[in-house]
Design a protein around this ligand. Structure first.
Ligand SMILES: Nc1nc2c(ncn2[C@@H]2O[C@H](COP(=O)(O)OP(=O)(O)O)[C@@H](O)[C@H]2O)c(=O)[nH]1
Ligand SMILES: [Mg+2]
Length: 330
């Protein structure tokens, strides 16, 4: 590990227990005069989103006075399972991702939903939270807010946790996050060594001031977290970034074949940034379309019971400009 990441890891890794005094956290927030929006990107999460909204409300009630989260936003992919109804019934503000910023066409996956949410987030701080967590715990809310409220130098905080992986009766304590382990971390080691100290660089739980999120581009789909890590690093530098240990988080596990495409998204996000930095040539043949960076079909060869198949997925990687440039926010 380069010295930068080693030093950073020592000084900017926190533990949620350092911030478990919710009363003093709320007082600090009031002193700073800040408001907080929690943004939950939602696609077919009717079974989990309600519980998460409840926990956020419960955290607010435990502060004694004042709240930690001022606005709870659910940005829904027009889910067919009743996600929007559940979220609204528990008191979240619900938007369809396709209705926000609709002049930019239909939404392109998670990253686009996150970008569009900035057009309706009113908080000075914006906290993204995945809405598919089953065992959602209060520290996923206050733990992430801890360093950004208490440590003046910190402007961006990423969740860190163990992801138990259950298969065939056995539980591996940290077997989850396979895309993180097999794609993101090796790529960061090679190309963005400053970021190697992050335990869960792709975690969907992170917070920053809205101005920062409004000043960086957003890659769509599953490339979004990779792009944000690289762009935030460039914008504010490693010392203004932090991670906080939140304990254990159980995530829905996806089949390996879907993770293959997610890995491809991560690789494309890194490749796109490398190219913009002049560290990667465009294509082997300059006369070919710039497929790696725009439209790109993912060809996936698999052996099925019916024989060998070459499956083709259309994966469009769209980059949204800093939302500040297309919208007056804040
Ligand atoms: N609005 C919206 N949310 C999405 C979309 N895709 C995923 N999500 C949500 O984003 C969060 C993380 O997605 P998930 O598929 O679990 O990714 P993973 O946790 O990185 O494997 C969950 O709350 C999903 O419901 C999408 O296309 N639109
Ligand atoms: Mg998930």
């Amino acid at each position: 590990m380069p010295v930068d990441a080693v030093e950073w890891f020592k000084h900017r890794s926190y533990d949620y227990r350092q911030f478990s005094d919710l009363g003093s956290l709320a007082r600090r927030k009031r002193e700073l005069g800040l408001t907080v929006s929690a943004v939950l990107p939602c696609r077919n999460v009717a079974d989990t989103v309600g519980g998460i909204v409840d926990v956020i409300h419960a955290v607010n009630e435990q502060t004694g006075e004042g709240v930690l989260v001022d606005q709870i936003l659910a940005v829904d992919a027009d889910s067919a399972d009743g996600t929007a109804e559940v979220a609204a019934s528990r008191g979240a503000e619900v938007y369809s991702e396709n209705e926000l910023m609709s002049n930019h066409g239909g939404a392109h996956g998670k990253g686009d939903a996150m970008w569009r949410s900035l057009s309706v987030a009113r908080g000075d701080l914006v906290m993204y939270i995945d809405a598919d967590t089953r065992d959602f715990k209060p520290q996923l809310v206050y733990g992430i807010l801890g360093p950004i409220l208490e440590v003046p130098e910190v402007r961006f905080v990423k969740a860190a946790y163990r992801r138990p992986f259950k298969s065939h009766e056995t539980v591996e304590q940290d077997g989850g996050g396979r895309v993180t382990e097999l794609s993101t971390k090796p790529l960061f080691n090679l190309f963005y060594p400053e970021l190697t100290g992050f335990v869960q660089p792709l975690a969907g739980e992170f917070v920053a001031d809205k101005d920062l999120f409004s000043s960086i581009p957003f890659l769509t789909g599953y490339a979004v977290e990779t792009g944000i890590m690289i762009d935030v690093l460039k914008m504010i530098g490693l010392d203004a970034m932090a991670q906080v240990d939140l304990g254990t988080r159980q995530n829905r596990h996806q089949p390996l074949r879907d993770l293959s495409r997610m890995s491809y998204s991560v690789l494309r996000a890194v490749a796109r940034r490398l190219r913009q930095e002049g560290r990667l040539n465009q294509t082997r043949d300059p006369s070919l379309p710039d497929s790696l960076f725009q439209f790109s079909n993912y060809l996936h060869a698999v052996a099925t019971p019916e024989g060998l198949q070459l499956q083709e997925y259309v994966e469009e990687l769209v980059e949204r400009p800093p939302i500040k440039e297309v919208l007056r926010v804040g």
